[in-house]
Design a protein around this ligand. Sequence first.
Ligand SMILES: [Zn+2]
Length: 119
Amino acid sequence: MQPIPLNLQAARLGGAACRVCQQPGSLEIRKIHRFSTPVVVIGWLILLPTFLGMAAGALGLAGAGLAASHGGDAALSTTPIWIFIIIASFMGGLLGYLLVMKKKVITCSRCGGVHAEAV
Ligand SMILES: [Zn+2]
């Protein structure tokens, strides 16, 4: 994992000593996953099908609209199904996103200790 470029918060922390190993100048801000690796994997497994679901829903909706504009009234009856697929995919995507989200933390490059959540 690469440390992200130093920002204002890191600059402010530059001279601060690590609370764990008491060494100054070793603090940096990193982005880490909010949850453990198995949870992140599950999050992606949820997230990936929802992308397909949203794409399929959008295509189906466009297809139904197109067919309806050409006089195929029967195609209109599939519209609620496509809308449901889009909404369900969106909710699933939101859940998956929550699981793979990252957070910024202040870590010590010397001892690897995590100090606090950065904002
Ligand atoms: Zn340290």
